[in-house]
Design a protein around this ligand. Structure first.
Ligand code: DGL
Length: 263
């Protein structure tokens, strides 16, 4: 493993590519390999044991490719499996968790909303974070039922999507939230749709930038950052059709490769 080894990123599907974009923005010369386990999406309704087994499978695949660090670009996999991954592998592993803390610190209305999967909202790691930072704040937790499946199908602007988003955000709007925390790496792709539905004063936050910053800090501390100004190799793999990944990453089509493989 050396500085030129790729950063390995995985998610239950296409959503973690929103996190990959933040990493690429901050570290544009890093090689990377992204795995979209769309065949097994959504992870959100699976048991902790199933999510852990899938996370191990994805990690092993990235290790086979010689990755120097693993980014678990999935809140559900992080909150259910990161402790097991860190116990089993020596390689640095970065996770993603809902940005509850910044929302709780900045809210004026003392009411925040969180949209995430069932797997994330029911995890022990999530309840520890929530309890630690939201003592005097009301937190409206909503499971984003149905959203990941529509995003995987590329149906971002479909009537089904808009009506699901209206249904999921209604209890939050009624509770006068001023922050909406996106606790699933698929959801940043819904920000334009959410902005049309939510009152103007509601700020939407996600954890993509924080994950990118943490990835940089860890690589720097291990002296594993790649030299600048050398074109990177950016590889994307999915175990279903490539079309949604290509659509979401259309701005990068000149510089990335997207392929279907078995894993
Ligand atoms: N993208 C994943 C997350 O951040 C989960 C989506 C799913 O597979 O349910 O939680």
């Amino acid at each position: 493993m050396d500085k030129n080894s790729p950063i390995g990123v995985f998610d239950s599907g296409v959503g973690g590519s929103s996190i990959w974009q933040e990493i690429h923005k901050l570290l544009p010369f890093e090689n990377s390999i992204y795995l979209a386990d769309s065949k097994n999406a959504p992870y959100g309704n699976k048991s902790e044991a199933e999510i852990t087994a899938l996370s191990i499978k994805n990690t092993e695949k990235l290790l086979e490719q010689g990755c120097k660090i693993i980014v678990v670009a999935c809140n559900t996999a992080t909150t259910n499996a990161i402790e097991t991954l860190r116990e089993n592998y020596e390689i640095p592993i970065i996770g993603i968790e809902p940005a509850i803390k910044p929302a709780a610190l900045q809210t004026n209305s003392k009411s925040i909303g969180i949209l995430a999967t069932k797997g994330t909202l029911s995890s022990a790691l999530f309840s520890r974070t929530t309890q630690a930072f939201t003592k005097d704040i009301s937190v409206v937790e909503i499971i984003g039922e149905g959203l990941v499946t529509l995003i995987e199908a590329g149906k971002l602007d479909s009537p089904e999507m808009i009506s699901l988003l209206k249904k999921h955000t209604k209890p939050m709007i009624d509770a006068n939230i001023d922050f909406l925390v996106l606790g699933c790496s698929h959801y940043p792709y819904l920000i334009p749709q959410l902005q049309k539905i939510l009152p103007k004063n509601v700020k939407i936050i996600d954890s993509g930038e924080a994950v990118a910053r943490q990835t940089k800090i860890v690589l720097q501390s291990l002296n594993l950052l790649r030299e600048e100004n050398i074109k990177p190799r950016l590889q994307f793999y999915t175990n279903v059709k490539t079309n949604t990944l290509r659509f979401l990453l259309k701005d990068y089509s000149e510089s990335i490769s997207v392929n279907k493989i078995e894993f």
